[in-house]
Design a protein around this ligand. Structure first.
Ligand code: UD1
Ligand code: CA
Length: 449
């Protein structure tokens, strides 16, 4: 059956004490909202709607950056979760099938759990995802008999007996879309918060003779982030899971607790990741590559057999071909390092194409920026760049060519040539000793006087 996703992200998140809307706070380098959308996307939804409100432009940009097909609707006043869902109605006009509501501040729902909810729709008109909370805190409470759900009571509206219930509301709801919007029409705001609660649809459904049911999941899945402290907990949980998943997929993490993963880090079998490596988003490391300690990688691709670090920084647009080597204190940006090529020490390579088996000596710098524009450097296969060469882009060094150490290369070097772009050395016989003798004498005279 067709299904549609509605992800709520309009709230300010007052308890975050932040200028950034709550759902844009990152976990594993991606906004919480994107985590919820990724989980929902595994259902292969026919439509995806995000409800934005507080700083809607930012939320819209983040949602569409993840998936340009997402429809973003506005909830200009945040009058509650039912009111938020109601804003999605026009975006779902003409849609027939189930709607699944996810909260943008609940990032860890598993695809299997969403499948179970859609399956439970066979027996219930409204399906709510619940969990047994170790500390139920401010979560809404589910009043249920077995799998049958009677009503949901918000913490603020609950009496002592209801607050004692430990079965809590995750916020995830599944129902036929038309039924959902009909039920929401009947929701009022006569409660402790003066808000239109989505949770009220359960009682309304029951009163109309419809059935409501609860699907249970582990508490770790439904962790809702409302404060900085909860965000830190969520990040830690994410990291624990991401590291475990990487190990399960065959990567070697020598000190997993020190490695920071992103939401989309892809590590191949038998690749080695040493201690204190940070993966920002967009990194793929192929099988058998090695990332040595204290390296930082972002939006880049490392091929088989390549070695990175220790202490290397791969910035966006870096592509290391097979067996390439990038050593300590080297920064690479938007550059292709060819098969077997080496950039082993203290270098900056940006906006460049480095040929196979080229060797860039210590301290090589591509001078790619003139203050206004970026320019490209091309180094041919097997070229040898002497230590401390400044390559003033745009410039090309041909295949098999060499540059002398300390050269400033401003014009192209033809294939096979040697370029010397530095002042010619002059030796003055005996002059070194004469200068030092004079200075030593001057210093001795000063001490006496
Ligand atoms: C909500 C549930 C509660 C549940 C908890 C789980 C309701 C009434 N309560 O409470 O039962 O235990 O989540 O985490 O649904 N939002 C909007 N527009 C609004 C209000 C909220 O888009 O007008 C969005 C928020 O951005 C957020 C989500 O809905 O992503 C949940 O809102 P929040 O205010 O955090 O609800 P809780 O009080 O946590
Ligand atoms: Ca919440």
């Amino acid at each position: 059956m067709a299904n549609a996703l509605i992800v709520l992200g309009a709230g300010k998140g007052t308890r975050m004490e932040s200028d950034l809307p709550k759902v844009l706070h990152p976990i594993g380098g991606a906004p919480m909202l994107v985590h919820a959308m990724k989980a929902g996307a595994t259902l292969d939804p026919d439509r995806q709607v995000v409800v934005a409100g507080h700083q809607a432009d930012l939320v819209e940009a983040a949602a569409q950056d993840w998936n340009p097909d997402v429809q973003v609707v506005r909830q200009s006043e945040q009058l509650g979760t039912a009111h938020a869902v109601a804003q999605a109605r026009p975006a779902l006009s003409g849609f027939a099938g189930d709607a699944i509501v996810l909260y943008g501040d609940t990032p860890f729902i598993r695809p299997e759990t969403l499948d179970a909810m859609l399956a439970a729709r066979a027996t219930h008109d409204v399906v709510v995802l619940g969990f047994e909370a170790a500390d139920p805190g401010r979560y809404g409470r589910l009043v249920a008999q077995g799998d049958a759900l009677e009503r949901i009571v918000e913490f603020k509206d609950a009496d002592e007996a209801t607050r004692a219930i430990t079965l809590c509301n995750s916020g995830v709801v599944a129902a036929d879309a038309t039924t959902l919007f009909d039920l929401i029409d009947a929701v009022g705001n006569d409660n402790a918060s003066g808000e239109y609660y989505l949770t009220d649809i359960v009682e309304i459904a029951r009163a109309r003779g419809l059935s409501a049911g609860v699907v249970r999941c582990a508490e770790a899945e439904t962790l809702g982030v409302n404060s900085r402290a909860e965000l830190v907990k969520a990040e830690a949980l994410f990291q624990t899971r991401a590291r475990a998943a990487a190990l399960e997929d065959g990567a070697i993490l020598t000190a997993p607790d020190t490695v920071m993963m992103a939401h989309d880090t892809a590590l191949g079998r038998d690749c080695i990741v040493e201690a204190y490596v940070v993966f920002a988003p967009g990194v793929t490391v192929e099988s058998g590559a090695t990332i040595r300690a204290f390296s930082h990688l972002e939006d880049c691709h490392v091929s088989r057999g390549a070695v990175v670090g220790p202490y290397a920084r791969l910035r966006p647009g870096t592509e290391l071909a097979e067996n390439a080597k990038v050593g300590n204190f080297v920064e690479i940006k938007k550059a292709v390092i060819g098969e077997g090529a080496k950039v082993n020490h203290l270098s900056y390579v940006g906006d460049a194409t480095i040929g196979a088996d080229a060797n860039l000596g210590a301290g090589t710098v591509t001078c790619n920026y003139d203050g206004y524009f970026k320019h490209h450097t091309t180094i041919g296969d097997g070229a040898f760049i002497g230590s401390s060469t400044m390559l003033v882009a745009p410039v090309t060094v041909g295949a098999g060519a060499m540059t002398g150490s300390g050269s400033v290369i401003t014009t192209d070097v033809p294939t096979g040539d040697l370029a010397l772009g530095r002042a010619k050395q002059v030796n003055k016989p005996g002059m070194g000793k004469r200068i030092m003798d004079r200075l030593r004498a001057a210093k001795a005279a000063k001490r006496k006087g």
